[in-house]
Design a protein around this ligand. Sequence first.
Ligand SMILES: [Zn+2]
Length: 300
Amino acid sequence: MYSRTYTYGTAFTVVVLLIMGGAYMLFRTNEPTPVVETPVVAPPTVPTTPPALRPQIIGTSVEKRAIEAYTYGTGPTHLLFVGGIHGGYEWNSVLLAYTFIDRLEAAPESIPESLTVTIIPALNPDGVFKVTGKDGRFARTDVKVGLDPATIRFNANGIDLNRNFDCKWKPESTWRSKVVSAGSAAFSEPEAAAFRDYVAKINPSGVVFWHSQSNAVYASECTEGILPGTRTLMETYATAAKYPAVDSFDAYPVTGDAEGWLASIGIPAITVELATHETIEWDRNLAGFDAVLGQYRIAK
Ligand SMILES: [Zn+2]
């Protein structure tokens, strides 16, 4: 947008200067050849193509890896999609996020006028690195198999990031039958703090987290029950993507989860659990994504 404005401005300036120069020459032809001054059109160092606006770096991990955010559209209603909070254990959620990024890079104009969409492909880049050996984007062939889930799910401090948020936070929480560390305080981890600060900055109208592998879409709540907007978001995504919609995750008690924290500050949030740890279920999630955009496009 800046470059386009700039280009139009530059073109306009050039045209005006050419007209003025032509008029000057017409009226001054009988006079001695004037000293020609080089018109100042533009600083030559300004590029005609904009610098890459994506990705934006919203923070860094414990091991100083970038937490990337890719934003498309400029509308007033902001939607946020997040992969990889559980690192390499759920690398397919990161690959799904990058597949959406590829699609939007190819057609950023596909975002409706009223919306802005941001995708954070990996909120736990250190955990992803343990499995892929790559910073940022990776290919399926980079994925190492057979690693201990407990070592690739957490951040580099050994903390389950989806237990580090400010909703019923406790220093220890659970993952299946295991006790996991939730950090020394809510938002003690740089990844969770970066996410908190980014949410404060963009004030999203809805947030979708991609996880694996429970094959369902879950609502969220903290202490006040499920927000109406969360239920609508869940049903919209689940129906279009053909996942079961589930009000609450009750396989084991969870504290300090990001979705619950968002609920506590009034932001609708859902968890989309892919069916396996290896698949991205592209057609289904594309349908869910498009349905959510359709819902929010007309919601305000
Ligand atoms: Zn997960």
